[in-house]
Design a binder for this molecule. Structure first.
Ligand code: PSV
Ligand code: MN
Ligand code: MN
Length: 422
């Protein structure tokens, strides 16, 4: 991505942007601090979201998909050059194996990228794998299968260390499809025991993030099915173990913001897999279905992090976990990052003092007015300004389209390429 092209676009649209920015900025009391926070805020891109995602029924390549890890990194580089808010990549192993870690690191550094959490995969059988995960991995009834899964996680940590990552993200599909299939208590204890071995292999400055999910691919029970079970494991394991919240991993209408608030309070919130959903783990573009929920989550985060004196930009894992079969993955990821920043900016605009006051006085209508005043503010010019100051594009998707980036990728890589992932 050539910087002069981005600058040229910005120049052409500066006047229009300035008008919109001045209009909203006038009413923002803490403008400098809001802009500073938006500039510092980055969200990791998952290596598996750079190709069109699969459905159970088919997969339709969008063309120009990355064929190698290097090409995936190049695509994240493009995203970051445009939005200046995606300075890291999260790898899923073995979908993306960094064979030559120093070369991969150097390639990423060229685009100003580093490596976020590494993800293990014991929900699929890999070629030449000795024992099957058909009936689970860390919870398996057979110790040999559990050991194999533990070893895989330890190997993933090793790759992560080479890349300069400092967290292992574990999602298990372990569960059951039919009542009676497994003993819940034993399955949980086996999981804890396996996780303990993984925990013991963590370097000092590392964390393990435990992701929960109530259904799919198992539809009767999941061994780490909700935040309570994840939190129970994390508490038993110790300080380095935390709970990861994937927004799509809840039963419909769950109050996710309340979960986030309490995990944060307990110092047990690892971070997020951002996506949106209407029915289940739909992995839709962040903010495409329920942006108000996203805002409410950020409202809890801003309030809770301020209360705990935490840095907004660091300390929590911010990551996207969404992928599609009908959109250009790069455009989709740009949209997701934008939606996250919008929710964050709106949360930064909440008049917290007035809200505390309304809460103390049980002035319910006022409390709602305060939240919705922030939510209904069009903060897009603030985000564009923050991006501009970081050297990004005023409108990333417009530049991406204007420069016909996908056309160039198809020319270089072919129109039938398929990236590794689900
Ligand atoms: C499972 O649904 C999940 O959310 C986990 O984070 C996986 O690692 C990811 O999706 C990729 O399929
Ligand atoms: Mn996830
Ligand atoms: Mn998921």
């Amino acid at each position: 991505m050539e910087q002069p092209k981005i600058d040229e676009y910005n120049q052409q649209h500066l006047k229009d942007h300035k008008r919109k920015f001045d209009f909203v900025a006038e009413d923002v009391a803490n403008l400098d601090s809001v802009l500073q926070k938006l500039r510092a805020f980055n969200i990791a891109i998952p290596s598996w979201a750079l190709g069109t995602g699969g459905t159970r029924f088919g997969r339709f390549s969008g063309g120009g998909e990355p064929r190698t890890l290097e090409e995936k990194i190049t695509d994240v580089g493009t995203i970051h050059a445009l939005n200046r808010s995606s300075n890291s990549i999260s790898l899923h192993i073995p979908w993306d194996i960094p064979e030559n870690a120093s070369a991969i690191k150097a390639h990423a550094a060229q685009y100003g990228l580093h490596f976020d959490a590494v993800n293990s995969n014991t929900f699929q059988d890999q070629k030449d794998q000795r024992l099957s995960y058909k009936f689970g991995s860390l919870h398996h009834t057979d110790k040999a299968v559990r050991d194999q899964a533990v070893q895989h996680n330890i190997e993933v940590i090793k790759y992560g260390v080479e890349l300069g990552s400092n967290a292992l993200s574990v999602w298990l599909s372990d569960g059951s499809n039919f009542p009676g299939q497994l003993n819940f208590r034993k399955a949980f204890q086996n999981t804890l025991d396996s996780l303990q071995h993984i925990y013991d292999a963590l370097p000092d400055d590392w964390k393990v993030w435990i992701e929960y999910k109530p259904f799919e691919p198992n539809f009767y029970s999941t061994t780490i099915g909700d935040w309570g079970q994840s939190h129970l494991l994390a508490s038993k394991l110790g300080k380095k173990a935390l709970t990861l919240v994937d927004l799509g991993h809840h039963l419909p209408n769950t109050n996710i913001e309340q979960i986030v608030s309490l995990l944060l309070m307990e110092g047990k919130l690892a971070g997020f897999h951002f996506n949106d959903s209407k029915y289940g783990d739909d992995d839709l573009t962040v903010g495409s279905i329920n942006p108000y929920q996203l805002f409410l989550i950020f409202n809890e985060l801003v309030e809770g992090m301020d209360a705990a004196g935490l840095n907004h930009a660091n300390g929590i894992g911010w990551m996207i976990d969404a992928s599609h079969n009908v959109k250009d993955p790069i455009e989709d990821l740009l949209q997701s990052v934008e939606a996250i920043k919008i929710a964050y900016a709106q949360a930064l605009l909440v008049d917290t003092r007035a809200l505390v006051d309304a809460q103390l006085n049980n002035d319910v209508a006022k409390a709602q007015e305060i939240l919705q005043a922030a939510y209904r503010t069009d903060v897009r010019p603030l985000i564009a300004e923050a991006r501009l100051r970081e050297g990004g594009a005023l409108n990333p998707i417009a530049v991406y389209r204007g420069l016909e980036v996908r056309k160039g990728l198809i020319k270089d890589r072919g129109d039938k390429t398929q990236a590794t992932g689900l």
